[in-house]
Every structure is written in C-alpha cells, then in structure tokens.
Design a protein. Sequence first.
Length: 271
Amino acid sequence: MPSAEQHAKAAAEQFRGKHQLGVQPLGDLVALIEQTTGHDVAVLDAVPDAHGLTMRDPARGRVFIGVARTPHPMRQRSTLAHELAHVVFDDEIDDLALRGSEEIRADAFARHLLVPLGGLEAVLDDVDHANEGVLSTVVQRYLVSPAMAAIALRDAGVISQATVDAWRSLSTRYLATRFGWSDFYATLQDDSNRLRAPQALVSRSVAGYAAGVLSAQAVATLRGVPVGTVVAELAEIGIVPQSVDAEDFEIDELPQIDLDLSDLEEGGASS
C-alpha cells in the first residue's frame, strides 16, 4: 500500500497534469484554486495561530477555503496548498487540534504541488551539493519556506537530512536580505497581508452595483476597502449604477446576488 507521502506526491502530480500546470512554479494560488476547482477562496482576518480552514456545505455542494492574511507569504501559500489537499482528498477533520494522517498527507501534497521534483531537478542542473545560495534560489523561485525548500532539496539528493535540520532556523527574510531580493519579498508581504474576497462573489456584486440593485457600500464591505475606493475604481472604467425603477423589472430579470455567507458556517471543516 502506498505511503501517505507517495499518495500525496501522486495526487499533486495528477492535479498539475489535469490542469496543465507542468512543473513550473505556481503563481497566484488564490486565483489558481478558484479557477481549477470552482470553489471560493478568501483571505481573512483571523485569530493568532489560525492559518486556514476548509468548510463544506454538502447540501449545496459548495466549498469555501479561508486563509489568514499574514506578513508571511510563504506560510500563506503552503496553507492554501494544504487546504487544497483536503479538497482533493475530500478529507473530513472532526478535531482540528489533532495532527492525524490527513494533516500529514496534506503537508506532503502541498510540498509536492509547490515544488515538483521534476522542475526542481531542472533548476539544479549539475548541482551536486546545495549551499544557502541554492536554497535561496529555490525559495525565491517557488515561493516556499526555507524548511519546505530544504526537504525538497533533500529529496533531490543534493543535501543531507543533517543539512535540512541545520537550515530549519533560517528565515525567508534572512535569505532575501542575504541574497539581494528583500524588495521582492516586501512586495510579497504586502500582497499576502491584504484581505481578499472570493473573486466570483466580487464579480457578482459589481454586476449588482452596475444594475443599481446593490450599493457601493456593500461592494466595499465585501472587499474590505473604503467605499470611495470602490466608487472611484468602478467609475474609472465606466461602471456607474443604473437608475432602477422597480416597476420596470420582473423579479427574475434582476442579477442573482448572494452576500450571505452564513451558509459557510455549516458543513464539514478542516485545517
């Protein structure tokens, strides 16, 4: 029987193959997950030590993935990939405090998804033994933590487990500063520390605003930005609310806008 590691690796490779992702680094994981799965993903404010969760509504077949906004972009990316694993494997975690086999498998899936061995071997080329510079290159290229990158380098045969253990204390900030990409890292931090609503929900709310049936404040609340920002952004591209006379519309002609997220509190959850 395949181990959890083997199962996770196979599933990650299958996911990349199914969605024609090759072995290249993955970009915007929020958009990628939404576009490949059709599920909603949001970046939210969360309590300390709460990194992510997956919630399901079995009755409607809906899945919601939420991750915490954080100044640690590599952690957020691994959390997104971890939660995607729970969706791929259809995991149901009853006790979020337990680190069971599903959690271990999800960690492995995240690593293989974010740092595919085939792509890493091409990057390493003729490298026989990796140093911190190589580690920095892998971290920057694949946007993963030094710890995850080190495990991948071990699996590629260019460092030992002892080196993996020694590099556990290294931070992304250290590597970015030491090897000259701290400005890029600051940009990643700004991006991962922003609230972000599910794209499909924002799109529907904009349609509702344009049709005159949803206020700019509702759109702003959904996005977590000032209402003036929403009005200015939409006006800049020519979107202004239509004047609506209720007598001119049949109820089934109005855009379907659903901003009630209370249903996401139902169903299974995992983290």
